[in-house]
Design a protein around this ligand. Structure first.
Ligand code: ZN
Length: 386
C-alpha cells in the first residue's frame, strides 16, 4: 500500500504499521503544505481499510477496484478543493499518453470534485440539488468517455470533450460550499451510526474552513466515533484548527518535499519533464494561467521596493485570493533566504515580518478582506517594521 505516495517515507511507515496492526486511530489530522500528498494519502488509507484482502497496491478485490476510481460508496469527501488545475493537468496527461493509466488520472481528478455531491451529503436539499443536478449528470456522461474500457477519443473529440467538461466542472465547483455547513456534518453523523460490515471513511478537506456549528457537531462525533468509522481531516494551516478539535485528533505531519523530489513526482505522475517547474504547486498553478516563476519575481520586486524605498513601485495585481496565499508564501521564502544570506542575522526582524505576513493572510482568508487592499497594507506595514 501507499505505492503512490512518493517521498514521504516516515509517514508511509507509520501509517502502514498502524493499518497492518489495526492500531489506526479513528480520528486523524493530516497537516502539511499544499501538494505534500495529504489527500492522496487519506484516500489510500481509505482503500487499505476497505480492502478485503491484503491491501497490496495492485489488489483486485471489488472494494479496491471501486476505490481506485473513487467510486466506493463507503467513502465520503467534503470541503473545498482546488479542482480545476488538477482536472486540466489530468486531461493533458490523457492527451499525451495513450495508456489506461491516463484514464485513471482523469477519472480520479474529476471524481474528487463529483464525490462532494454524494447524495448523502445533500439529503433533503432538493432546491439546491436541482441547481446542480444537470451539471452533475453531464459530467458523469463525460466521465463515461474515460471509462477504463472505453475506446480512446480522437483529437477532435478530445478537444470538444475537454472544453465542455472543464466548463461544467468549473460551474459545478461553484456549488461546493465555501465552508463546511453543519447540515453536512449532521448527515454524516447519522450515516456513521448506521451499522455496516464495511469500514466507513470520511475525509474532510480544508478542515480549517468549517462553520462554528459544523465544528461543534463534528466535535461531538469525534468524542466517541462510531465503531469502524474513520475521520481524516486535512489542512494546510494547523494554527487555524481549534485546540478543542486538535485534542481529539492524532496528528500526522507531511513535510514539504525537496525541489528535486517534486520534479521527480511531476515526471512520474504527470509525465512533466520540461524541468520548467520547481514545485508541484507551480505546475498546477500554471493551469490557472500563472507562468512558472511569476510569483517569485513579484516577491523579489516587492522585497526590493521595501528595502530600497522605491517610490514609483507598482504593487502586483494578484487577481484573487488563491494567488494571494502563493504570493505570501514566496515572500516569506524570499525573506528567509535573505536571513540565511546575510552576515548580521536578524531573527527578531524576521519574526516580526512573519507575524505581519500572517496577519495579512488572516485578513484575506478569514476576514474576507479585499486582497488588493490587504496587499497595500502589508506593503506599508512591512516598510514601517523594517
Ligand atoms: Zn483489495
Amino acid at each position: 500500500m501507499f505505492d503512490n505516495i512518493l517521498y514521504q517515507p516516515t509517514l508511509v511507515n507509520i501509517l502502514t504499521r498502524e493499518i497492518s496492526n489495526k492500531l489506526l486511530p479513528q480520528s486523524m489530522l493530516f497537516v502539511g503544505t499544499p501538494f505534500s500528498g495529504k489527500m492522496t494519502s487519506a484516500i489510500e488509507v481509505g482503500r487499505a481499510l476497505m480492502c478485503t484482502e491484503s491491501a497490496d497496491w495492485g489488489c483486485q478485490c471489488r472494494n479496491c477496484q471501486l476505490h481506485r476510481q473513487l467510486e466506493h460508496t463507503s467513502m465520503l469527501i467534503l470541503g473545498q478543493g482546488d479542482f480545476l488545475p488538477e482536472i486540466q493537468s489530468a486531461l493533458d496527461v490523457y492527451s499525451r499518453f495513450d495508456k489506461v493509466f491516463s484514464k485513471f488520472v482523469v477519472r480520479r481528478a474529476i471524481r474528487k470534485l463529483t464525490i462532494r455531491f454524494h447524495p448523502l451529503l445533500w439529503e433533503g436539499e432538493e432546491a439546491k440539488m436541482k441547481k446542480f443536478r444537470n451539471l452533475l449528470s453531464s459530467v458523469e456522461d463525460y466521465l463515461d468517455q474515460f471509462a477504463l474500457e472505453a475506446p480512446r477519443l480522437n483529437d477532435k473529440d478530445l478537444e470538444k470533450t475537454k472544453k465542455g467538461l472543464l466548463e461544467d466542472c468549473q460551474k459545478l465547483s461553484g456549488f461546493v460550499p465555501k465552508s463546511i455547513p453543519v447540515d453536512q456534518i449532521r448527515r454524516i453523523a447519522a450515516w456513521s451510526h448506521q451499522s455496516s460490515n464495511n469500514p466507513k471513511v470520511v475525509i474532510i478537506d480544508k478542515a480549517e474552513q468549517m462553520q462554528d456549528s459544523a465544528r461543534n457537531a463534528l466535535l461531538k462525533i469525534l468524542e466517541e466515533p462510531p465503531h469502524n468509522v474513520f475521520f481524516l481531516l486535512i489542512t494546510n494551516q494547523r494554527g487555524s484548527i481549534l485546540p478543542t478539535l486538535l485534542s481529539r485528533l492524532r496528528i500526522y505531519n507531511f513535510p514539504e518535499r525537496t525541489i528535486e523530489q517534486q520534479k521527480d513526482i511531476l515526471m512520474r505522475i504527470f509525465r512533466e519533464d520540461s524541468g520548467e517547474y520547481e514545485s508541484i504547486k507551480e505546475y498546477f498553478y500554471a493551469w490557472k494561467g500563472l507562468a512558472p516563476g511569476t510569483m517569485k519575481a513579484y516577491a523579489l520586486e516587492f522585497r526590493d521596493a521595501i528595502k530600497n524605498d522605491i517610490v514609483d513601485y507598482q504593487l502586483p495585481d494578484l487577481a484573487g485570493r488563491d494567488y494571494f496565499r502563493i504570493f505570501l508564501e514566496e515572500l516569506v521564502k524570499t525573506f528567509r533566504q535573505d536571513l540565511h544570506n546575510t552576515a548580521d542575522v536578524d531573527f527578531l526582524g524576521f519574526e516580526r515580518t512573519l507575524n505581519i505576513v500572517k496577519d495579512s493572510l488572516f485578513s484575506v482568508e478569514t476576514l474576507n478582506q479585499n486582497p488588493s487592499l490587504a496587499l497595500e497594507r502589508l506593503f506599508f506595514n512591512l516598510k514601517e517594521g523594517k
